[in-house]
Design a protein around this ligand. Structure first.
Ligand code: UD1
Length: 426
């Protein structure tokens, strides 16, 4: 695998003009790849996003004995040879999504040993809800030397009330319950489109799940599952990022392969700000001209509220919008690291605890800035695309975790961004 530790060199002064086909959703693809362990046949996943997190997840799953072959944009996954329930700690440190293996491996082997997961440094990311849910299913959980060890020999169905609709906890509990005889109910689950996608994938593999996307999910355990072919949903966060890029640079952009209903929370706000967004089937056309009005209040919330994964990008937009904006980050406490970087570029952002107060300025200026996480990295690129002079963004390996072809896509739309490369292997 190759890990890019280069930086981006960005010149402003260009408007977006063109069209893009949006990649598959990272946050669907990763749990689905883990869920392949539940399938008793060969799975073919179409439109695999070409991103580093998928490389990591593929490696972790292969280490469990699963055979994976990449063929063009498809991944052929055969879990019938999986032979261990111990998940290598070296790779799980790199990727938060390795936590999905907790549910998938437990469903497959009725036991699992996994180290605490890594991923973006966007705050304290506890897994207490995952563990509480597993215990409610009569899984014996021990935590020792940084490992979580689960014994599911005596798993039983139950009704689990989640205190908070955690995406990861909902996905893990759905996966475990597929192999518990009887009906498990998850009350107050996450309602994100990626949860519905996981349900659809598991059902295509022979599981019996209903209710994803609503306030209660029902999972009826099955003894046998099957292989299937599946295409994950389009990435709503990549979709939103490119739309915000258009609102910032001006110009026009046609996005293909989108589910517009998945980012209504963003589209409704951008329309109020003066951006012209129109929808036809699975396409979104965005047109922007001149300075946007500020969006006064942005509160990140579980779906269908405003996504935390678009908070950094919308903050970049607010720095150059007309007026004052207040962003409240309710999900991840460390997700304001970009504010200091944007202030280096001339932005006027004040942080008070979980609140950012942003006074729109007339202009940003190019500077050397540092990406601290995936979405924050993309947001700094957006700022660089409109900042007078030259901007360099370091730490772009974060961006490669989730955005396919990021700089090539932006270049194809007429923007000026180059990668200065330094490669290492891992
Ligand atoms: C997933 C997404 C991530 C997105 C997030 C929220 C993937 C791979 N990642 O992350 O991109 O930003 O949803 O939409 O799908 N929490 C607890 N205890 C737990 C679990 C979560 O307190 O056991 C808290 C977290 O600290 C956070 C909130 O719940 O404040 C949301 O976390 P969660 O929904 O679990 O996010 P992830 O699944 O980690």
């Amino acid at each position: 695998m190759s890990n890019c530790i280069g930086k981006y060199l960005i010149h402003s002064g260009h408007k977006i003009d063109g069209e893009l086909t949006v990649q598959s959703a990272k946050n669907s693809f990763l749990p689905i790849l883990a869920a392949c362990l539940i399938s008793d046949g060969e799975v073919v996943l179409h439109k695999v996003p070409n991103i580093i997190d998928v490389d990591y997840m593929t490696k972790i799953v292969e280490n469990l004995g699963v055979k994976i072959v990449k063929y063009n944009d498809d991944l052929l996954v055969d879990s019938r040879h999986a032979n261990t329930y111990e998940i290598s700690s070296i790779l799980t440190k790199e990727i938060r999504s390795s936590i999905f293996l907790l549910g998938a491996v437990l469903a497959r082997f009725r036991q699992v040993k996994i180290s605490y997961p890594g991923g973006c440094d966007i705050g304290n990311r506890p897994i207490d809800l995952h563990i509480k849910g597993l215990k409610a299913l009569n899984v014996k959980v021990t935590e020792k030397h940084g490992y979580i060890i689960c014994d599911g020999e005596n798993m039983k169905p139950n009704t689990i009330h989640l205190d908070f609709p955690s995406v990861g906890a909902t996905e893990n509990l759905m996966m475990v319950a597929t192999k518990i005889n009887g009906i498990t109910k998850i009350v107050n689950p996450a309602k994100e489109p990626e949860i519905v996608d996981l349900q659809n994938f598991l059902n295509a593999s022979g599981c019996k799940i209903s209710g994803a996307g609503t306030s209660v999910i029902y999972i009826e355990g099955v003894d046998k599952t099957n292989g299937c072919e599946y295409t994950p949903i389009p990435d709503r966060i990549a979709t939103g990022t490119y739309i915000i890029a258009t609102a910032m640079t001006g110009g026009k952009l046609l996005l293909k392969n989108t589910y517009p209903e998945h980012i209504e929370s963003l589209i409704s706000k951008l329309k109020l700000a003066g951006c012209d967004v129109s929808i036809k089937d699975n396409e979104i056309f965005t047109k922007a001209n001149g300075r946007m009005k500020s969006i006064q209040n942005i509160d990140t919330q579980p779906y269908p509220g405003f996504p935390t994964d678009l908070q950094s990008q919308v903050m970049s937009l607010q720095t150059i919008s007309d007026g004052v904006s207040i962003i409240c980050e309710n999900l991840f406490e460390n997700r304001f690291k970009n504010a200091a970087e944007l202030n280096k570029m001339g932005a006027d952002i004040v942080i008070r605890d979980r609140m950012a107060i942003i006074k729109g300025v007339n202009k940003l200026y190019g500077a050397d800035v540092q990406a601290h996480d995936l979405r924050g990295g993309a947001a700094l690129v957006l700022a660089g695309l409109v900042a007078e002079g030259v901007t360099t963004v370091s730490g772009i390996h974060h961006i490669y975790r989730g955005y396919e072809n990021f700089e090539n896509n932006l270049t194809s739309l007429g923007l000026d961004i180059k990668k200065i490369e330094e490669n290492t292997t891992f």
